[in-house]
Design a binder for this molecule. Structure first.
Ligand SMILES: C[C@](O)(CO)[C@H](O)COP(=O)(O)OP(=O)(O)OC[C@H]1O[C@@H](n2ccc(N)nc2=O)[C@H](O)[C@@H]1O
Ligand SMILES: Nc1ncnc2c1ncn2[C@@H]1O[C@H](COP(=O)(O)OP(=O)(O)OP(=O)(O)O)[C@@H](O)[C@H]1O
Length: 301
């Protein structure tokens, strides 16, 4: 990448699970899923600000509304992604390192895959900066976390296996979405554990049509699916139930559910103005709320 192309930026969009069925458990303790992941308009922003000599090493600065409290050390998924790419692509130690900046707009540990989206953005940007675009990012992504593979392309996808099997999603209608987070950080392993301890049965994969023509049809289909992690997450964090009732009562909301392992919940609307009004009333509860279009739907590719 020439310095005239700097800074290089990538948006890391929030991933939302419209449904999530737990279909099996692997010997390593991970769960097999059937899930429909879509991407919200709201996003973190990752920037490659400047190259620096290799011996200085990669560095990460973090700002943004959810930046405080997020460590910028080697455990950060952005730096873990950089190391994993270097290793997998057998890159020379003499390649320049980068000063990177993460603007953290998405709540942390909130079921919308913010850290995974950041890791995927780092893989995309650094593969270009280090001119190794021909390296297959999928296995590197999978080694970083179950949600990272789907965040590479940031397109609506059916996620299966533990998240590494990505298949085409039905065609989605133009759809506005509200995201609401009540400010509790939810550790994903604890919610999977609570699901297991509840004794719930595995659920079959969902049966979906090839497309949905409008939000009402999408909502009708989603009612025959489930987020199997929602009940255990509510048992651990009852405020999630309150968030859902507020969303369900908002005007013109077709459907509300928790995403991933929570605590963020989403509402679906045909109209962006209705979604913006709902987000405003949810913010009045003291919660983080965002309204925007679902990405890559029929008329928004
Ligand atoms: C709940 C989802 O967000 C749905 O998209 C993902 O399945 C979780 O993705 P993630 O946060 O990237 O997950 P990882 O960081 O790989 O795993 C965190 C922990 O969640 C549990 N885990 C995760 C994914 C999965 N398919 N089965 C699991 O049991 C495991 O206890 C694991 O140790
Ligand atoms: N760049 C990052 N952004 C957010 N969290 C990060 C990052 N790097 C490391 N982490 C750690 O990863 C954990 C999960 O964060 P993340 O925000 O991705 O959770 P999540 O939204 O629940 O993800 P998922 O929906 O994939 O389960 C947090 O405990 C956090 O400390």
């Amino acid at each position: 990448m020439s310095s005239s192309m700097l800074p290089a930026r990538s948006l890391a969009h929030a991933k939302i699970n419209l449904f999530l069925h737990i279909t099996a458990r692997r010997d390593n303790g991970y769960h097999e899923l059937d899930s429909l992941a879509v991407f919200a308009q709201t996003a973190d922003l990752l920037t490659l600000e400047a190259p620096c000599p290799a011996e200085q090493g990669m560095s990460l600065a973090i700002d943004g509304p959810f930046g405080a409290g997020l460590e910028a050390g080697s455990d950060n998924l952005v730096l873990r992604a950089a190391s994993a790419l270097r290793l997998a692509a057998s890159l020379s130690d003499t390649l320049p390192a980068w000063q990177m900046r993460l603007t953290k707009n998405l709540p942390v540990a909130s079921g919308i895959g913010g850290g995974s989206a950041d890791a995927a953005a780092a893989l995309r940007l650094l593969a270009s900066a280090w001119q190794c675009e021909d390296v297959d990012l999928a296995p590197i992504a999978a080694s970083l976390g179950a949600d990272v593979p789907v965040c590479i392309a940031q397109k609506s996808r059916r996620m299966q296996g533990i998240g590494e099997i990505l298949v085409a999603a039905p065609r989605l209608p133009r759809c506005a979405m509200v995201l609401v987070n009540p400010g509790v950080a939810v550790p994903t392993p604890a919610v999977f554990r609570a699901w297991k301890e509840s004794g719930a049965a595995f659920r079959p994969s969902a049966t979906l049509p090839a497309q949905w023509h409008d939000v009402a049809a999408l909502a009708e289909s989603l009612r025959s699916t489930s987020n199997d992690l929602q009940a255990p997450a509510i048992a651990l964090f009852p405020v999630i139930g309150e968030v859902l009732s507020h969303l369900e009562r908002s005007e013109e909301c077709h459907f509300a559910r928790m995403s991933g392992s929570g605590a963020t919940c989403f509402g679906l609307y045909a109209d962006l103005d209705a979604a913006c009004r709902a987000a405003e009333s949810l913010r009045a509860q003291g919660w983080w709320a965002d309204a925007g279009w679902v990405q890559n739907t029929e008329d928004r590719r």
